[in-house]
Design a protein around this ligand. Structure first.
Ligand SMILES: Cc1cc2nc3c(=O)[nH]c(=O)nc-3n(C[C@H](O)[C@H](O)[C@H](O)COP(=O)(O)O)c2cc1C
Length: 190
């Protein structure tokens, strides 16, 4: 029997290259991916990568429109290995923290919370408003992992690509998927 997919939700925060790297790495690891891209993410994807949503589809085994609330991943009865929202906009974080589920991405995140499955959120925003901090605290208390897209200066990255690899690697660590995206800290290794 096929392993259940990991749900990758791409929302409209800055950081679309991290989503691309996560999708490529999951595909390289032969992990099935169910992909959902928000309307906001489409704009950011164009701005940051010059790509449209269709460019992400080859990396996923299944993909669904954000408006498709009847998609399999909208139901807790369909097994998954977990979900990552990468990048995670403050808008999406707010909706998920408040239990609003009017899009497939936010509904799938709500399902992961209610089913107590892994949910990883990757916000990029800075500075963070008090209201977003409250939402992220709520999500953390509910069991989600808030994995902020902050650069690993301690590893002395030489390029944006290296930082992106590191962040994608941190996501895969949380999902329990083996990768070679970054090497962990060793004193004097920089
Ligand atoms: C180029 C660009 C960068 C953005 N960066 C961020 C960001 O880093 N964090 C954020 O919360 N919103 C950011 N936004 C705003 C969101 O895209 C916007 O709030 C959108 O409604 C989010 O929708 P979604 O949550 O359905 O994806 C950005 C928008 C654009 C066009």
């Amino acid at each position: 029997m096929e392993e259940p997919p990991i749900v990758v939700g791409v929302s409209g925060a800055s950081g679309a290259p991290i989503a691309l790297r996560v999708l490529r790495a999951l595909s390289d690891a032969h992990v099935r991916v169910a992909l959902v891209v928000s309307d906001g993410a489409r704009t950011v994807l164009r701005e940051e990568c010059g790509l449209d949503e269709e460019a992400l589809r080859p990396w996923a085994s299944e993909s669904y429109p954000d408006a498709d609330l009847a998609a399999p991943i909208a139901s807790g009865s369909v097994p998954t290995r977990g979900m990552v929202v990468v990048p995670c906009s403050t808008n999406t974080a707010a909706k998920v923290a408040l239990g609003l589920a009017d899009t497939l991405l936010t509904r799938a995140a709500a399902v992961h919370l209610k089913e107590r499955r892994p949910l990883i959120l990757v916000p990029r925003e800075t500075p963070l408003s008090t209201i977003t901090l409250r939402h992220l605290t709520t999500l953390s208390e509910l069991g989600a992992v808030v994995l902020v897209a902050s650069p690993p200066y301690y590893l002395r990255p030489k390029s944006v690509e290296e930082m992106t690899d590191y962040l994608a690697g941190k996501v895969l660590d949380q999902l329990g998927v083996t990768h070679h995206l970054y090497r962990g800290w060793r004193s004097g290794s920089g």
